[in-house]
Design a protein around this ligand. Structure first.
Ligand code: NAD
Ligand code: MG
Length: 390
């Protein structure tokens, strides 16, 4: 039996991972499941999967979790230190599906123990890509991409030499507002931004898809994971979300990866890698689909994309500042404090403010320094959001 843990088990990626694990009774021995405030979901799954331990991120929810697990034999734990401790428990494969920079510390810990880390938590690569890759290398651990675009690229590179790659194209649905008149964007509501045309995902990444902050993070994720130059990475709007990415080679060949918009594809590929196994996902009927559409992203609609290239250009720990500013701006939008278009204004202000902060941005990339940059960028972003409120 393979020992597996799932971080962010109660979320959209976590639940899809559990779905695959449940379909193979006897194949997996579940070590740890972690979640946040949804104690009922966490406890129910931990009991059903007979996990060794269930961890909530929130200290004050420990009594609830204990009560929900009473008599089940599943251990209860809470808080940041408990998350890191759970990541240190021996496992063959860990799903990293916490949302946001909070996924970094447990992910790093898992790699330090040589565990294979299936990485849905793109924010940790954006914040500290080099640190994650170096930690993986040092401890002979493996990082497998779970983002659909990066899984697609990874699959397109099997048996290929990265030196022969000219460009990597990742697709974007264009999000909820791709066809809205630009002047209406400031009026976009939270409910409108929280509904995705093609994918069923957590609320934060759904809003980030409408603003393309998600694609901005993914451009940086592509650079970090595959080690290509920024000018080799392209974003293509593809409203059907069936082609997930394309890899362009030096002989002009462009290899596309197609599949249904179902995250169990990418999760399953990472779970069974290097093999392929049957997955319970829809098979595409291209004759019925008939046509696929592509267009260049409109820079005026998606300022976050330009910011991603600026972040890569600046280098150092600018990714950590950008991600933290984005998380803070998203919180402010969700709380109704700033308009939809105010989010990119917040990240813009933080990037400007940090560009010249060499002692901060160019310091050694350690977890402590990344955490410091993250913290300061959130403060700066909160100030920029306050200014908008007036
Ligand atoms: P989600 O909001 O549905 O779930 C997030 C999970 O993280 C939950 O289990 C939650 O309890 C936990 N969590 C939240 N804040 C936490 C904190 N501070 N500390 C510890 N745990 C915390 O999110 P999701 O859509 O499943 O996304 C998870 C990750 O996967 C994100 O990084 C996202 O960008 C990435 N991703 C998601 C999809 C998708 O289809 N949902 C696709 C590609 C990549
Ligand atoms: Mg993606």
């Amino acid at each position: 039996m393979r020992k597996v843990s799932i971080f962010g088990a109660t979320g959209s990626i976590g639940q899809n991972t559990i779905d695959l694990i449940r379909r193979a009774p006897g194949a997996y021995d579940v070590v740890a499941l972690t979640g946040g405030a949804n104690i009922a979901r966490l406890a129910e799954d931990a009991i059903a999967l007979q996990a060794d331990v269930a961890v909530t991120a929130y200290d004050d929810r420990l009594p609830d979790l204990r009560a929900a697990l009473a008599g089940s034999g599943v251990e209860a734990a809470a808080g940041q230190a408990a998350l890191v401790e759970a990541a240190a428990r021996p496992a063959d494969w860990i799903m990293s599906a916490i949302v946001g920079a909070a996924g970094l510390a447990p992910g790093l810990e898992a790699l330090k123990h040589g565990t294979t880390l299936a990485l849905a938590n793109k924010e940790s690569l954006v914040c500290a890509g080099r640190l994650l890759l170096e930690t993986a290398e040092k401890h002979s651990a493996r990082l497998l991409p779970v983002d659909s675009e990066h899984s697609a690229v990874f699959q397109g590179l099997v048996g290929e030499d990265i030196e022969a790659v000219e460009r990597i194209v990742i697709t974007a649905s264009g999000g909820a507002f791709r066809d809205w008149p630009l002047e209406d964007l400031p009026k976009a509501t939270l409910a409108q931004a929280s509904s995705h045309p093609n994918w069923d995902m957590g609320q934060r990444i759904t809003i980030d898809s409408a603003s393309m902050f998600n694609k901005a993070l993914e451009v940086i994720e592509t650079r970090e994971y595959f080690g290509v130059r920024p000018d080799q990475i392209e974003v293509l709007v593809h409203p059907e979300s069936l082609v997930h990415a394309l890899v362009g080679f030096n002989d002009g060949a462009l290899m596309a990866h197609l599949g249904a918009a179902d995250m169990r594809h990418a999760i399953g590929y990472a779970l069974h890698w290097p093999d392929r196994q049957h997955l319970p996902v829809e098979r595409l009927d291209l004759a019925r689909i008939g046509q696929l559409n592509f267009r260049a992203p409109d820079p005026a609609r998606y300022p976050a994309l330009r910011q991603a290239y600026e972040v890569m250009e600046r280098g150092g720990m600018m990714g950590a500042a950008f991600n933290a500013a984005k998380e803070q701006a998203l919180d402010a939008f969700i709380a109704g404090r700033i308009p939809f278009t105010g989010m990119a204004a917040v990240t813009e202000a933080v990037l400007e403010r940090f560009a010249a902060e060499s002692s901060l941005i160019d310091a050694a990339m350690t977890l402590d320094n990344v955490t410091r940059v993250d913290h300061l960028a959130r403060q700066e972003a909160a100030r920029a959001a306050e200014k908008q409120i007036g």
